[in-house]
Design a protein around this ligand. Structure first.
Ligand code: ZN
Length: 265
């Protein structure tokens, strides 16, 4: 094995991120239980500062992970930095959206739903920072860095699987930052020069095979093209492609087929 990287390293990171998300939820829950949730301004203050703190902690963890990836793969140390992706404005917009969703009456809210969604938000931010922190360090690295989305658990969505099937590539910020509640994918950076190997999207990593995900994607493409999916599904894909701007039949179509075939989100 050319690289010292294996799935255990990646899974440990995913577990650490999950723990950090859980801890951040618990801490925020305690703060929110001490206030009147109808006081939106107070809640905004608490949630934004908790998200800022949790994102920073997650970015620090991502920096350590990036440094570990460098040492394991190339033997070289890298001065990785905690590069937080925290965006207070985005968090505020999300909080306001949550208030709107949970409003029952003028000044009355479904407080259980409100609490749940606010806690989901901080977990989402921890997840995102854990991915962006790796990606941002890769962008600062003078070596040629490619990234793979590596699923580690059961809660992988169709979009995660589609991009996981691409193996290592020059991922965009948008592709790296994609996450959702329970997303246990890890963005893994590869910074090793591999002269002469041409297509090195499948970098050796014990226990990880992106072709498995690529196969799921291809089967979904095939099923859609051959009409091996329910008629409602293919009709819906055609309808959305014709009516919704930005809907791409060649991407969103197979994603829909993949959700149906494999019972994914
Ligand atoms: Zn994921």
């Amino acid at each position: 094995m050319a690289s010292g990287l294996n799935m255990t390293v990646v899974e440990n990171y995913a577990k650490g991120v999950r723990d950090l998300g859980g801890l951040s939820r618990d801490n925020l829950r305690q703060s929110l239980e001490a206030v009147d949730l109808r006081d939106a301004e107070m809640v905004e203050d608490l949630v934004t500062s908790a998200c800022r703190y949790a994102s920073r902690a997650s970015s620090e963890y991502a920096a350590q992970f990036y440094r570990g990836l460098s040492i394991l793969q190339s033997g070289e140390d890298f001065d990785a930095k905690a590069l937080s992706s925290y965006d207070q404005q985005a968090t505020l917009v999300a909080i306001r959206g949550i208030y709107n969703q949970c409003r029952i009456d003028d000044d009355e809210y479904d407080e259980e739903a409100l609490m749940g969604k606010l806690l989901d938000r901080i977990e989402f931010e921890v997840n995102r920072a854990s991915k962006m922190g790796v990606w941002k360090n890769g962008q600062r690295d003078s070596r040629q860095v490619r990234y793979a989305r590596v699923p580690t658990g059961a809660e992988t969505c169709a979009w995660c699987i589609m991009t996981a099937g691409l193996g290592y590539w020059f991922m965009s910020e948008e592709a790296a930052s994609h996450t959702h509640r329970g997303c246990d994918c890890v963005i893994v950076a590869d910074m090793v020069e591999r002269p002469g190997t041409g297509d090195y999207r499948d970098v050796l990593m014990d226990g990880y095979d992106s072709s498995e995900y690529r196969e799921m994607w291809r089967s979904a493409q095939k099923a859609l093209a051959n009409g091996d999916v329910p008629t409602e599904l293919s009709e819906r894909v055609d309808f959305l492609a014709a009516t919704r701007p930005g809907y791409r039949a060649d991407t969103n179509g197979p994603l829909a087929a993949m959700r149906w075939m494999y019972g994914l989100k």
